[in-house]
Structure formats: structure tokens, C-alpha cells
Write a protein that binds this ligand. Structure first.
Ligand SMILES: O=C[C@H](O)COP(=O)(O)O
Length: 251
């Protein structure tokens, strides 16, 4: 039995003051992480303060990205050792916005995944097709290719610790969410790929989230699918009430 995992991805939409106030407001109201795991992934500058406030609660704090190297001349970047040194052990990798705008190629996504796992972090690996790829009936093929490239050199025990977020690019921030049947089919495509490559126990262990215009009204339809284990939520994760409503729907 996989524990549902609801993670907010705030992108660049929440200031430090707002982030700290949010943690104060929700930290004692989230469900036990044995029932539903909850997290928010914030801008890097807020992570330390948020982690301190969320200490000894069931709310996890995560990063939205990190660099693949541990150290070096990479101005403006953030490393896994820097994140783990402040207690961050959750990171989103390969979000489509990073793939599109910040040169997160499949090869870099793979290197970032290796770095996250080497530092015992939980990676949320984002994959998903673009609209033209879905319209050309290539969604399954695109996602399998992204998985193949992201997982180069990753072993079965490491895969079990990965979370995969299926996020069709056309559904992100558009209000046009994937229908739950299609999202469930894609989750099965992902799990089948993991089964083929890594075996049954890895396939049963990995958690697969759906992301793309999820809100407190529609989340239950996705979670009703046995292969969808949670959600990666942008806009609807920013406000306290809306975030708590997502968690409540997952209980
Ligand atoms: O990482 C989250 C996704 O990009 C979804 O964003 P959204 O819920 O605002 O569509």
C-alpha cells in the first residue's frame, strides 16, 4: 500500500514572508505522514526558514530544482550538499518549465537524479508530453523515452525511492486538466515501464503523482485511480485553505 503524496510546487509565486506565514498556518494541521504525505516546494531563499518552522511536524519542505554537481563555479545555482545541510531532502527534478526555459535536457535530468539519490534525497521526477505529442498519439512513447533517459544508470533499489510526477505540459497552469482516465492510463504506462526495467517490487513501490491544474474540487477523481498516488500541485497549493483542502481530499 503506497502512502498518498501531495506536494505543492509554488514556482516563483510566494515571497519569503508569505512562505513563513504559510508554514506557521498549516504545520500543525496537516495529516500524519503515515496517512498522507504533504510537502511544499518553495523558492530556495525560503527553504531554511521554512524547514526550521516545520521541524518536528509532518509537513515536508522541498526544493524546486538543484544543480547536478556538488560544488563548483556555477553562479546562482544550488547544490545537493547545500540543500541537505539545511535539512532539505526533497527536490523536484526536470519540471517542464525547467526543461523548456532552463536547459534541463534529459541528460541533465539524469545527472540531477543521480546527484539527488547520492545525497539520499527524495526526487520528484517530472515527465509529460506536450500538446502536439498527445495529439499525435505519442504521449506514451514520449513518457517512456523521458523515463529511459532520466533513469540511465539508476538501480532498482534507487528507483524505489523515486517519485514520478506525470504532468502533461498542456495541463500545467491552464485550468485544462487531463481527464482522470487518461491520467490513470499514463500512470499505468509509467508503472509498466518500471516493472519491465526493474521488476514487480520496484513497480509496486514507486509513487506516481498527477500534476496539471489539480485543485481541491478535482483531486479526488485522480486519487480514485489505483495507480495515481498523489498530486504535484501548482496554483492550488499556494493558499492555506486550498492546500489543506487538497490534503483533506487525499485522506
Ligand atoms: O508542478 C506543478 C505543475 O506545474 C502544475 O501546476 P498547476 O497546478 O498550476 O497547473
Amino acid at each position: 500500500m503506497r502512502t498518498p503524496f501531495i506536494a505543492g510546487n509554488w514556482k516563483m509565486n510566494v515571497t519569503d514572508r508569505e512562505a513563513l506565514a504559510f508554514v506557521d498556518a498549516v504545520k500543525d494541521r496537516v495529516p500524519s505522514n503515515e496517512e498522507v504525505e504533504s510537502a511544499v516546494c518553495a523558492q530556495a531563499l525560503s527553504l531554511k526558514g521554512m524547514t526550521e518552522k516545520a521541524a518536528n511536524t509532518d509537513l515536508r519542505i522541498g526544493a524546486q530544482n538543484m544543480h547536478e554537481e556538488d560544488y563548483g563555479a556555477f553562479t546562482g545555482e544550488i547544490s545537493a550538499p547545500a540543500l541537505t545541510s539545511i535539512g532539505i531532502d526533497l527536490v523536484i527534478i526536470g519540471h517542464s518549465e525547467r526543461r523548456e526555459m532552463f536547459n534541463d535536457t534529459d541528460e541533465r535530468v539524469n545527472r540531477k537524479l543521480h546527484a539527488a539519490l547520492a545525497h539520499d534525497m527524495t526526487p520528484i521526477v517530472c515527465i509529460g508530453e506536450k500538446l502536439e505529442e498527445r495529439e499525435a498519439n505519442r504521449a506514451g512513447e514520449v513518457v517512456r523515452k523521458q523515463l529511459e533517459q532520466a533513469l540511465q544508470g539508476i538501480g532498482p533499489e534507487q528507483v524505489k525511492g523515486c517519485v514520478f510526477a506525470y504532468e502533461p505540459v498542456w495541463a500545467i497552469g491552464t485550468g485544462k486538466s487531463s481527464n482522470p482516465e487518461e491520467a490513470g492510463e499514463m500512470a499505468r504506462t509509467i508503472r509498466a515501464y518500471i516493472r519491465d526495467q526493474y521488476g514487480q517490487s520496484a513497480a509496486e513501490a514507486v509513487r506516481i503523482q498527477y500534476g496539471g491544474s489539480v485543485n481541491s474540487e478535482n483531486i479526488a477523481e485522480y486519487l480514485a485511480d489505483d495507480d495515481i498516488d498523489g498530486a504535484l500541485v501548482g496554483g492550488a497549493s499556494i493558499k492555506v485553505d486550498s492546500f489543506l483542502a487538497l490534503l483533506e481530499a487525499a485522506q
